[in-house]
Design a protein around this ligand. Structure first.
Ligand SMILES: Nc1nc2c(c(=O)[nH]1)N[C@@H](CNc1ccc(C(=O)N[C@@H](CCC(=O)N[C@@H](CCC(=O)N[C@@H](CCC(=O)O)C(=O)O)C(=O)O)C(=O)O)cc1)CN2
Ligand SMILES: [Zn+2]
Length: 759
């Protein structure tokens, strides 16, 4: 019974990779030093996995920026604009990812997008009609040798050819991506043959697209593709994750692969679907340890469920994590200040490997002393969870009525009252909330956390920062101001730290993209808001000006989706609890005289289930939670929401049902095409389509922004439009932000001059 690790986080338990990357990009260390840091991390992570009893160590889970980008490089799928001669080196990859690197010419970075329904971003490979594939980057093969040199067996992990194609985008003249499959399979064949020549026994070939709804042509491509691949290859472990693949079971069962990995955390019922379909000799890797959450597993219950399967399959049953541990923080051992009650409920990546080992013990020697101790621990943990409930929260939810979810009047009535109160011009200008999180601000917070800076002094300094950002906005002439979010480490973590029922770690970092990480809060109990979280900052900022300053909150759906949530109650219920906590804050902001309140929901779309037949249920409770968080205000109080990373065709009815008075969205990169959905739907409320891309350091010029708004005005009535950037500005510097906003405000003035409307 082998233990199957699908991949280990690469960032390092102290974010060593992040710091090495950023030093390298700043020119402070050599490429050699960066490569050596990568090697040290891989070695450490392999040794941890081996210690836990994992026999085949994953290779290909490490990447200096992104594993999809590394695979694209391996296959020679690198855009011309990022090349510098024929050979690909590490700087080529960084130019693809960031647009620039210590060597070579800068060029627009490739697009980054969310990997399925996770908060991890991958770089989208760009394919041309006449794409040539070839093995062009040796990292995977080198790492196979590294594992062998350590004395272990390597298991290369790579995205399969169909998922690779599916996640790529076409460039130039449109064409059917599947037309590239034969050529791609040829190169995958070479890759697999090289692994075989290196002595590799198994390859983890990942086809996560099996968990989504696939058109016929994609379904039909699987059988011939895997027929071709199985020829010269090591044994293939066809790997799925993030959801059930039972809707493709007939197709999957017929593929010539030596093993099948199923994510039995997100879809436990697939076990019964696939057991009778296994081919003779085929391995089943049961993904039962959750790679996407931090809670210690109920190993005793898992063992009970798997015991008959182990009896039936013997050596052919492997025990695995549900998916790669990429989405999990690295090591609980470095969390030295967690409350013991919370700590005993947790398992991070390193601990999850030991859970696999303990599960193996429970299955192999159920009556042994160690097995009995494991079972006792599991029972105690469940008991502790049961005792921690806050019944007041449940009572409050039970007492909700429909009226709690609805504003007093419909939008047109509210709009008039808001206009009368706020007196905003046509095409009001605003920003999305955050201003540059400068090194000085981060360092203040760092010293405060270490106790080197007193609370009062920390707050005083942050007030100075806020004062400065208000005065810059006044000089720029923006219509609706923001306080700038300087006091927030992160838009989710900041709230997590203040809510009851929510815990947070010191080092529980998870890679979001490249060197950027997030520290998701741990929602372990019933959520409530003991005291106001943002009111003082909003009040302070509003006290500095007569112009409206937006109150700034993160919405319940996003708080849920970007946290590690408990699993003993439904996500819908957790979201309702979060909504009530935010609702309390909204009410306090309004009472403090804040006339515009923004409730950000950037993760709204990303929370959609993978399968369409589950969308409506999700949308129903997600919309209801947002409305519950916002609906307590008077008609004259204007509610904004903000969404980036979205594509609205599928969800526009739900977006409209949220009934925010104003929604600001990311549109500039798609040249306002996203607005098509709003136009087609006759979206009734106000919209701020982003007029410039905050991900780029370039300063947008006035004419470009005027043109974008004019394009927007062809689709949306002018009276409904706002002018704002795509997203928050926290990752930019003031040198970039000030000229960009100056131009944005100028664009607004120019447009008002061109198209004056009676007020
Ligand atoms: N939760 C969440 N998910 C999200 C997003 C988001 O904003 N939040 N946006 C999208 C992803 N975009 C992202 C954009 C930027 C960062 C980002 O910049 N992360 C920072 C960490 C932000 C943070 O928590 N900063 C802390 C500082 C943490 C830190 O590194 N401290 C240093 C010391 C810093 C110093 O003294 O200067 C240390 O501990 O060593 C703070 O401000 O307090 C990073 O990786 O560097 C992450 C995701 C999608 N998902
Ligand atoms: Zn955003």
């Amino acid at each position: 019974m082998q233990l199957n690790s699908l991949g280990f986080p690469r960032i390092g338990r102290r974010r060593e990779l992040k710091f090495a990357l950023e030093q390298y990009w700043r020119g402070e260390i050599s490429q050699q030093a960066l490569l050596e840091q990568g090697q040290r991390l891989r070695r450490q992570h392999w040794l941890w996995q081996a210690e836990a009893g994992v026999e085949q160590l994953p290779v290909g889970d490490f990447a200096f920026y992104d594993q999809v980008l590394a695979l694209a490089a391996t296959l020679n799928v690198i855009p011309e604009r990022h090349r510098d001669g024929d050979a690909i080196d590490l700087d080529t990859l960084f130019r693809v990812a960031r647009g620039r690197a210590p060597t070579g010419k800068s060029a627009a970075a490739a697009e980054m997008t969310k990997y399925f329904n996770t908060n991890y971003h991958y770089l989208v490979p760009e394919l041309h009609r006449d794409q040539q594939f070839a093995i062009a980057w040796e990292q995977l093969f080198d790492e196979v040798e590294e594992v062998k040199a350590l004395g272990y067996d390597p298991k290369p992990c790579l995205l399969g050819p169909l998922s690779f194609l599916y996640l790529s985008k076409t460039q130039g003249e449109p064409f059917d991506k599947l037309s590239l499959l034969p050529a791609l399979l040829h190169t995958y064949g070479e890759l697999l043959a090289r692994f075989k020549a290196q002595g590799v026994a198994w390859v983890q070939i990942e086809e996560p697209i099996l968990a989504v709804d696939l058109d016929r042509d994609w379904q039909q491509a699987f059988a011939p593709a895997y027929e071709a691949l199985s020829q010269a290859a090591p044994k293939l472990l066809l790997t799925s994750y993030y959801g059930s693949i039972a809707h493709h079971s007939a197709l999957v069962a017929a593929l010539p692969v030596a093993g099948l990995h199923l994510d039995l955390v997100s879809a436990p019922e697939q076990l019964d679907d696939f057991l009778p379909l296994l081919q003779s000799g085929q391995v089943l890797s049961a993904g039962v340890i959750n790679g996407r959450n931090v809670w210690a597993a109920d190993l005793d219950l898992l063992a009970k469920r798997l015991a008959p399967v182990a009896d039936a399959l013997g050596e052919r049953l492997w025990l695995g994590s549900s998916c790669s541990l990429l989405h999990s923080p690295v090591d609980l051992d470095v969390e030295t200040t967690l409350a013991p009650e919370l700590r005993q409920q947790l398992a991070f990546a390193k601990q999850k490997l030991h859970e696999l080992n303990e599960l193996q013990q429970l299955l192999q020697t159920p009556a042994s002393e160690p097995a009995r101790a494991i079972i006792e621990r599991c029972k105690a943990r469940r008991e502790a969870r049961r005792l921690a409930a806050d019944s007041a929260v449940a009572r409050r939810i039970a007492a909700l009525s429909q009226a709690d979810f609805e504003r007093d009047s419909e939008f047109v009535v509210r709009q008039q009252q808001q206009q009368a109160k706020l007196r905003l011009p046509l095409l009001p200008t605003t920003t999305i909330g955050s201003f540059p999180q400068t090194a000085a601000i981060r360092s203040l917070r760092n010293r405060w956390r270490k106790g080197e800076l007193a609370e009062a002094e920390y707050r005083h300094q942050l007030q100075q920062v806020t004062r400065d950002s208000i005065s810059r906005q006044l000089k720029l002439g923006l219509d609706v101001l923001v306080h700038g979010e300087a006091e927030r480490n992160d838009m989710v973590e900041y709230f997590g730290e203040q809510l009851a029922g929510v815990g947070f770690t010191k080092n529980g970092w998870v890679q979001s993209y490249g060197s950027r990480c997030v520290k998701p809060p741990l929602i372990y109990g019933d959520v409530s808001r003991p005291r106001p979280m943002t009111v003082e900052w909003a009040e302070f900022a509003q006290s500095l000006t007569d112009k409206p300053v937006k109150g700034m909150l993160t919405g319940p759906v996003t708080l849920l989706h970007w946290s590690f949530a408990r699993e003993d109650i439904s996500r819908e219920t957790i979201c309702t609890q979060l909504a009530l906590a935010i609702r309390d804050e909204v009410a306090d902001l309004e009472a403090a005289g804040i006339g515009i309140i923004q409730i950000d929901e950037p993760a709204f779309r990303e929370g959609l289930p993978l399968r369409r037949d589950q969308w409506q249920h999700y949308l129903d409770w997600a919309v209801a939670s947002f409305k519950l968080s916002a609906a307590c205000v008077r008609d004259e109080t204007q509610i904004h929401t903000h969404m980036c990373y979205s594509e609205f065709n599928d969800t526009i009815a739900a977006i409209a049902a949220m009934d925010a008075d104003v929604i600001t969205i990311e549109t500039s990169r798609s040249a306002m095409e996203l607005l098509g959905a709003f136009e087609a739907f006759d979206y009734p409320n106000e919209i701020g389509p982003g007029v410039y891309d905050i991900h780029s350091p370039n300063i947008p010029d006035v004419a470009a922004m005027v043109a974008l708004v004019e394009r927007a005005a062809q689709r949306i009535p002018l009276r409904q439009l706002w002018i704002n950037p795509d997203c928050g500005l926290k990752t930019r510097s003031w040198d970039e932000v000030e000229p960009a906003l100056r131009n944005m405000v100028a664009a607004g003035r120019e447009l008002r001059r061109r198209c004056p409307l009676p007020a």
